[in-house]
Structures are given as structure tokens and as C-alpha cells.
Design a protein around this ligand. Structure first.
Ligand code: 3SL
Length: 241
């Protein structure tokens, strides 16, 4: 297995495709998706465009759907949910499809949706993703951070490092064989430095600070936990996990 880390969707090569591509948006889209599926959601369908989300979800029975819209960290007017994983209780989401559009995370998923295997990962479901990769052994894996509007984010890179670190430890592979690009080694170094204080790292992160200004400390605490959900968000059809 060769792992490549890309800090943003824009940095992924356009002339190559991996066997497995993983979108990461720890704060907060992929954490929300993992939470919804772990709580019994029927599926998660992603959109970069709010109007298209409305049009497609309109055809779904109202009692079987939930619409989540986030822009700039806030909830989009007219949507039932924003992008807080803490709102996604089993009581609310069980048996329902989440139609979701967020600033960066849903765009990252759409960028990689043509890969044969597409996953969504966060820290909270890291172990489930690693277990799948170790079992499936795809030849090439891209871990793609969502970043923020085209720029690097600490929280997505540390999650990429957490995934790569766990695979490295469990396979005993030489790092230079596992790492397809330098970003892998640097993501592992970031994770090794902060693994015991991921919430502290989120406080350093620009998007962590943005969410703190929006009174989302509890979301940061929740998303900074590692391996708490045994759920594998995997794409079944383009844009649907
Ligand atoms: O950018 C995104 O996709 C969101 O996850 C951002 S937020 O955490 O909901 O503000």
C-alpha cells in the first residue's frame, strides 16, 4: 500500500486516480457524516450546491429526510440542521437520509467521487477506516484534507497523520515504502507531536478558532476524540455514503 496525503482537494493530481480515496474534514463535515451513519442514518448524500440539494431532497419523503446546510460555520437559513455532529442524535437521524452541503467537506468528497473506493474519515472513526484499509490492501490511497477554501488545515492533516501512523505501526512497513509523498511523513510527525492533546491542537487551528468564536467548543471536544465510532462511511453511488 502506498499512501499519499493532499492538504486540499485542489492539490490532488488531475491526471491520476487512486484505488481508494478518503475525504477528511474533521471540523466538521466528515465527523458529522460518521456520526449520522453510526446513529442509524439511512445514508448521507453530499452536495456542493444548495439549490441542487433542495431540488433532489424535495423528491424524498419529508419524514425520511434531513437537510443540513453550512456556510462560514453557520447554519443556512431554511435548513433543519447546520453541521454540528452533536445535533445528529439517533432519535433524529435514525432511518433518515441526510442531504448535506458544507463549505469545504462536501466539495472534497465530490472531488474524489470517481475513485473505485471512496471513504469519509475523521478522528472519531479513524480505527474503522484503518481496519478497512488493512483488510482491503488497496495499492494506492489518497487521504485528502478539505482545508478551508483552498488552504491547509491543521485538523485535517493531523487526522491524515493519525490514519497513516496507525497503518505504519500495524504493518511495520518502512516509512519510505508506505509514504507516497512528503506530506505523509509530515502528517505523521504532526500527529505524533499532538496525539495526546488533539483538542489543544484544534485551539491552534484557524478553523478551530473560527468555531470557538461561533460558540462551538463542545463540537471541538467531540471531534477531537479518537476511535470512538465503529463506522465506515463508504460511497455506494456517486455522492452517496
Ligand atoms: O467546511 C466544511 O465543510 C465544514 O465542515 C465547516 S464547519 O465546521 O461546519 O464550519
Amino acid at each position: 500500500m502506498k499512501i499519499f496525503v493532499y492538504h486540499t482537494p485542489e492539490l490532488t493530481p488531475t491526471d491520476e486516480a487512486p484505488e481508494c480515496a478518503i475525504a477528511v474534514d474533521v471540523l466538521r463535515a466528515t465527523s458529522t457524516m460518521a456520526t449520522v451513519l453510526a446513529a442509524g442514518g439511512e445514508a448521507v448524500q453530499v452536495f456542493s450546491n444548495l439549490d441542487l440539494l433542495m431540488e433532489v431532497s424535495e423528491k424524498w419523503p419529508p419524514e425520511k429526510r434531513l437537510r443540513a446546510g453550512e456556510r462560514g460555520g453557520g447554519k443556512v437559513a431554511g435548513f433543519e440542521l447546520g453541521n454540528s455532529p452533536l445535533d445528529c442524535t439517533a432519535e433524529l437521524v435514525e432511518g433518515r437520509r441526510l442531504f448535506i452541503s458544507t463549505t469545504n467537506g462536501t466539495r472534497a468528497l465530490q472531488r474524489i467521487q470517481d475513485a473505485p473506493i471512496v471513504l469519509a474519515a475523521a478522528l472519531i472513526n479513524r480505527a474503522a477506516v484503518v481496519e478497512f484499509l488493512l483488510e482491503k490492501q488497496p495499492e494506492t490511497v489518497w487521504i485528502v484534507g478539505s482545508g478551508w477554501e483552498g488552504s491547509f488545515s491543521l485538523e485535517d492533516t493531523v487526522c491524515a497523520g493519525a490514519i497513516a501512523h496507525s497503518i505504519w505501526q500495524q504493518t511495520n512497513s518502512p516509512l519510505e515504502e508506505l509514504a507516497g509523498n512528503d506530506e505523509v511523513t509530515s502528517a505523521i510527525a504532526l500527529y505524533s507531536q499532538w496525539q495526546n492533546d488533539l483538542l489543544g491542537l484544534f485551539h491552534q487551528a484557524s478553523h478551530g478558532q473560527r468555531l470557538l468564536r461561533l460558540q462551538c467548543l463542545e463540537d471541538l471536544k467531540y471531534c477531537s476524540q479518537t476511535d470512538i465510532l465503529d463506522v465506515l462511511p463508504i460511497q455506494h453511488e456517486p455522492g452517496v455514503l
